[in-house]
Write a protein that binds this ligand. Structure first.
Ligand SMILES: *[C@@H]1O[C@H](CO)[C@@H](O)[C@H](O)[C@H]1NC(C)=O
Ligand SMILES: *[C@@H]1O[C@H](CO)[C@@H](O)[C@H](O)[C@H]1NC(C)=O
Ligand SMILES: *[C@@H]1O[C@H](CO)[C@@H](O)[C@H](O)[C@H]1NC(C)=O
Ligand SMILES: *[C@@H]1O[C@H](CO)[C@@H](O)[C@H](O)[C@H]1NC(C)=O
Length: 519
């Protein structure tokens, strides 16, 4: 049973669709204006403000996670760190972001962070701008892409990790005081790693669009690296966590086919070059597309993201939308949406009693938040293209149904849950005080080497520094949360969590969602 007859908040909107032809394909610009007297959504002002406030907080975690010599640092307890990363290979790998509560730079999830943050800026940059968050988002993105560029010194060489996880995890120290060795890991033609090369290509292609008008030289440089890396990823195929087994402990990959399709899709958007479209819809799609089967969007699996991203082409670019394979992508994107909508006949049963999508105990919030981000994007594609309905096993659903689902997940994260707590640190009255995060847990004036900081992990005092904006792992299936610093399963935030929550919140900031063209 759908909710199609319910009067949603969209009734009072005028949609003006302007479609203009351009060299690389159709440009679609959507302008929506709200009736001044809109009465259907009286509460919307307050709820939009809530999402804007939360977005401003969420964005700050990228600043918390920055490595290197900080510029305009806004986090009082952070300072310069890891300045010499990369120096043993005469590279400057000082920038980029720490992965979580530790000091590792794992490029596979870091590149995913950059791809998703780019996507959020491309879809919702105007909403970010409306609450003063566009420049912080672009700055944080560039902090990662500057690093990724330096990680790619030769066509077929990409550094994919700084730090040794075993050595790093034996210390409890502030990033400013790192004493442990910072070894590097690279992939190359003899030891390839298709996932991480392709994800880095996707990140750079997406970021090249973000910086296209603002910094065209930088944008072209990103695109050049993206193309080279895609070629490297495709020509030298191999699973990175098989070729470099030590990475499997933290970011094991279940396959590289999804990253190849995802990277080709981003390169198509960034270049308009048909070759990339053909790649994503040709025999590689037959091999890796897994059409008809909904999957969870994550740092490991990009299929659902690719399906939504290529649906954009199907919705907006009439020249190519007849491709059968493109329709398969869109149908599978719809299957993903049908799984998320709680009343759909094909709704997933993987939820908590109060409706949070719940897939894994470790970092549970990554899946609901990433899914809700895709749902709000898909909802806006439908609205922009005046697609009123989609069907799940014969039942009809509207863009507003998808948006409601996305809001339900965001609201849960922000405190509308049985534990009555916000899982976004710094938001609301009650949020985790014992976040598993070294920098947040150690006073700035403490003199710890590698080992002497462990007493701060064990301390019963709340963290002396607030990891503002951290999205922690979140609740158990039974919706309880143990606020303990040693509870990394629930209490450790990740940088890629920030990318998906920033994407979701920026999609909800304003109901005047303007899905701008990428080109
Ligand atoms: C290629 O990468 C592997 C894995 O990181 C490394 O062991 C090897 O030394 C690299 N090859 C060259 C020529 O540097
Ligand atoms: C990594 O993933 C592969 C493929 O799913 C699996 O066979 C392997 O056991 C995993 N390794 C670890 C360490 O989890
Ligand atoms: C923290 O967790 C680790 C791993 O589960 C365990 O070895 C350690 O004893 C715990 N420390 C405290 C203080 O609970
Ligand atoms: C909730 O689930 C966790 C993890 O499975 C378990 O440790 C805890 O005891 C449960 N709490 C309650 C109140 O059932």
């Amino acid at each position: 049973m759908g909710e199609k007859s319910k009067k949603g908040g969209w009734c009072g909107w005028i949609i003006v669709l302007i479609v203009a032809a351009a060299a690389a394909g159709a440009i679609v610009v959507l302008v929506m204006k709200k009736h001044k007297d809109s009465s259907s959504d009286a509460a919307s002002g307050a709820s939009e403000k809530k999402y804007g406030d939360a977005l401003k907080i969420a964005m700050q975690f990228f600043d918390v996670q920055k490595s290197g010599k900080l510029v305009n640092n806004k986090i009082p307890w952070r300072g310069d760190s890891a300045i010499k990363d990369g120096s043993q290979e005469k590279l400057d790998l000082s920038q980029g972001m720490y992965d979580a509560g530790d000091h590792m730079k794992f490029n596979f999830p870091m590149a995913y962070t950059a791809t998703v943050l780019s996507w959020a800026i491309l879809e919702y940059g105007d909403q970010m701008k409306g609450v003063g968050q566009l420049e912080p988002a672009q700055d944080s993105l560039k902090w990662i892409t500057d690093y990724l560029i330096n990680c790619h010194p030769k066509d077929n060489v990409l550094y994919i990790q700084v730090g040794d996880a075993n050595a790093d995890h034996k210390c409890w120290d502030r990033p400013e005081d790192i004493t442990e060795a910072r070894p590097l890991i690279q992939i190359n033609a003899s030891t390839p790693g298709t996932e991480v090369a392709a994800e880095t290509a996707a990140a750079m292609a997406a970021a090249s669009l973000v910086f296209k008008s603002k910094n065209s030289g930088y944008s072209s440089n990103l695109l050049k690296h993206a193309k080279q890396l895609f070629t490297f990823a495709d020509r030298y195929r191999g699973t990175y966590s098989e070729n470099i087994p030590e990475v499997a402990t933290y970011y094991n990959s279940t396959g590289y086919g999804d990253e190849l399709l995802w990277a080709a899709s981003w390169l198509y958007h960034a270049t308009g070059d048909q070759t990339y479209f053909d790649y994503a819809t040709g025999k590689n799609a037959d091999s890796f597309g897994n059409f008809g089967n909904p999957t969870w969007f994550s740092w490991d699996n990009k299929l659902a993201g690719t399906q939504v991203l290529l649906s954009r082409v199907s919705f907006f670019n009439s020249k190519v939308s007849n491709s059968d394979t493109l329709q398969e992508y869109r149908k599978t994107a719809e299957a993903v949406m049908c799984g998320l909508l709680p009343k759909s006949p094909t709704a997933t049963s993987s939820r908590t009693d109060s409706g949070l999508i719940w897939i894994t105990q470790w970092n549970a919030l990554q899946h609901p938040v990433a899914s809700a981000f895709l749902a709000v994007v898909y909802s806006d594609y439908m609205l922009t293209s005046k697609t009123g309905k989609m069907t799940c096993d014969g039942n009809e659903y509207t863009p507003s149904d998808l948006r409601k689902f996305a809001m339900s997940q965001a609201n849960y994260v922000l405190g509308d849950n049985p534990a009555k707590m916000s899982y976004l640190v710094g938001y609301g009255d009650k949020y985790p005080q014992y976040v598993h995060h070294r920098g947040a847990s150690i006073p700035t004036d403490a003199d710890t080497n590698c080992k002497e900081g462990w007493k701060y992990l064990d301390s019963t005092e709340p963290n002396p520094n607030v990891a503002t904006g951290a999205l922690v792992g979140g609740p158990f299936l039974n919706e309880t949360y143990i606020d303990s610093r040693n509870n990394s399963i629930q209490g450790e935030p990740t940088t890629y969590n920030s990318a998906v929550i920033v994407g979701l919140l920026s999609g909800l900031v304003s109901t005047s969602s303007v899905v701008q063209s990428f080109t």
